[in-house]
Ligand binder design. Sequence first.
Ligand code: NDP
Ligand code: GDR
Length: 348
Amino acid sequence: METPTKKAIVTGITGQDGAYLAQLLLKQGYTVYGAYRRTSSVNFWRLAELDILNHANVHLVEYDITDLGICIALVQKIEPDEIYNLAAQSFVGVSFEQPNTTTQINAIGALNLLEAIRLVNPKIRFYQASTSEMFGKVQSIPQTESTPFYPCSPYGVAKLYAHWMTINYRESYGIFGASGILFNHESPLRGREFVTRKITDAVARIKLGKQDCLELGNLEAKRDWGYARDYVEGMWQMLQAKQPDSYVLATGRTEAVRTFVSLAFKAVDIKLVFEGKAENEIGIDLHTGRTLVRVNRKFYRPAEVDLLVGNPEKAKRELNWEPKTSLEELCQMMVMADLKRVEHGVSF
Ligand code: NDP
Ligand code: GDR
């Protein structure tokens, strides 16, 4: 007799991680139910790029994560084995302008799914997309599962609520709720509002003569950047473990935004030198003397997370998870993908 395939609901299927995770689950033989919200123009470009948009085992289902009734109906109808909650207003900067919306989606949205699991079938396994932004103001480095949290944005605060509710439902109702505390992870599918993709997109445009200069905010901020494809494997591994738990996924290396800028220009053979300080800092092409990077205050945040660097030892030890892609490889891959897009006039 054939074993029935596992069913997974992936919220946030239209986002970076949702697309890579869906692809991974398909390879593992799952039937994937991609939950997406109704908007005037739904964006499936990432699924199309990975060539899984019309896959027979991908079913796209409309829902609203902020509506408990719809979440319950979704879980009742699909009867999934696993739910991966990736949906979020995920841009930290925007969370300062839209704290309420961010909270409804990132905090109450996760609660709605946990409630749906509790009411419909507590055996369903649940993955919550937690984040290094919960560490916020540096308490100690590197950050581990036991580092105290101190979020510095409405985004981080809302995510912390969802993180603790996942743990609370695990402890109160025995629900298999795993929380992945993921540090920044990037890819050619990253949205252009995030700093790495903003940089690689601009570098491609500058190289091809379609943009003069790249304007950024705080160049001093340090992040632990990994490759999204490596990180979705960790999400899946967390739900295959014997016990639900919380895990940090990170590379253990941190670099300043400025360093990522230099790496990206290096990928197109431009050597950049930086002059000046803080808001007056500029990046100059050593060869031509042209100013290619400027700081603009409008990209600063009301409160900044200065330094994130994670220790993924627990995930390595218990899940056998390790990042496989270096920052140099990641940056190169993103720049090359953007060069191709700009050359072909594609703008995602
Ligand atoms: P993206 O911003 O690329 O994707 C977010 C997804 O959430 C999109 O599919 C978006 O849909 C969906 N979404 C937004 N608002 C709603 C809503 N109201 N109802 C339903 N869906 C909604 O994020 P990533 O893929 O990068 O991240 C995935 C998850 O992991 C997020 O929860 C993020 O906060 C978290 N995370 C990400 C990290 C990273 O470095 N990438 C690190 C740590 C955590 P739409 O297309 O309609 O906008
Ligand atoms: P982050 O990612 O806030 O860490 O959240 P982002 O790429 O937006 O910012 C990283 C750092 O770069 C600084 N920065 C700029 N950021 C943007 N977006 N645009 C700029 O012009 C710019 N200039 C400097 C920022 O101030 C910040 O310090 C991401 C998201 O994916 C979250 O959903 C996720 O939870 C965390 O990573 C881990």
